[in-house]
Design a protein around this ligand. Structure first.
Ligand code: MF3
Ligand code: CO
Ligand code: CO
Length: 284
């Protein structure tokens, strides 16, 4: 009789409700996240062509609506807690949750576009920084730092590491670059719910917090400011801006914890990881 070793034990099916407990997911969930994540990544790839001088932010919203509709997906933000748009567009000193209004993009703007597409019940949540034309030196530096901060947070992920290790990696890197990590917003568990536990803070202490385990699924999404970390909410109660009006940048990936470390579900298959920098030469 054959004996089997190292056969992965599928965790029990997870409910599609937010829970205090951190859910552990199996192969089917990872497959679902891979598909949803890839779709969100493709949507973000295509948005790059829209980020030009004169494009109203609302055009990006319309694009995401159409893209979702043609791919049997749904934008998770539409109607979420009263938010009325298919994506967030956060320009310059806007930290996050900027609304895609009639405001037109113009030369030297940098903008984060954050898209969450739900495909077959799975949520793919990701964001990237874009730029109109070639970004100014300080803006390009900030974009690179925000991307590296996210990647350092992600690289801290493996079974046995702890949640605080992620925030520590982000915060210490931002500080080493004389930038600051925003404390008022964080990443989150994700899966068949938009925002689940645990909170993935952008600051933290090494070796603190819950232990990371294979099968966990969450986002890493640091916002990095050129100036102070403090944010201010605008009157619409959604838009967060830097209190000192310094530039802010953010990247986000949805990831899963694997036996080896991590899997990124929302990677660009076109290599457009930092559109604002990667495409700077191609733009005019
Ligand atoms: N996509 C954002 C995140 O990364 C959440 C946006 S919620 C909204 O978690 F309502 F502002 F759209
Ligand atoms: Co998110
Ligand atoms: Co997001």
């Amino acid at each position: 009789m054959a004996t089997y070793i190292n056969v992965p034990v599928a965790p029990p099916a997870q409910s599609a409700r937010r829970t205090e407990r951190i859910k552990l997911y199996g192969l089917d969930a990872f497959a679902g996240m891979r598909r949803a994540g890839a779709l969100t990544a493709r949507c973000l790839d295509e948005i790059a062509a829209l980020v030009r001088d004169g494009t109203p932010l609302s055009e990006i919203n319309t694009f995401v609506l159409d893209f979702a509709a043609t791919h049997d997906a749904r934008p998770a933000t539409l109607g979420y807690k009263g938010y009325e748009y298919a994506c967030c567009t956060s320009v310059n000193h806007v930290v996050c949750h900027g609304a895609p209004t009639a405001r037109k993009l113009r030369a030297d703007d940098i903008v984060n576009v954050d898209v969450t597409l739900v495909l077959d019940g799975w949520y793919g949540d990701a964001s990237r920084m874009y730029a109109v034309g070639k970004p100014k030196i300080a803006a390009e530096r900030l974009i690179r730092i925000a991307h590296e901060a996210m990647m350092r947070g992600i690289r801290a992920v493996r079974p046995g590491a702890r949640l605080g290790d992620i925030g520590h990696a982000i915060q210490s890197y931002a500080a080493s670059q004389r930038c600051s990590a925003v404390r008022d917003f964080c990443g989150h568990g994700i899966g068949q719910v938009f925002h689940d536990s645990p909170n993935i803070l952008n600051v933290g202490k090494r070796n603190t917090g819950p232990e990371l385990r294979e099968g966990m699924i969450f986002t890493v999404e640091p916002m990095i400011n050129l100036g102070r970390p403090d944010v201010k909410m605008l009157a619409d109660d959604w838009t967060a801006v830097t209190r000192d009006r310094s530039l802010s940048a953010q990247f986000e990936h949805s990831i899963g914890v694997t036996a080896e470390g991590f899997e990124i579900f929302t990677l660009s298959h076109q290599g457009l990881h930092m559109p604002g920098v990667d495409l700077a030469v191609a733009q005019t």
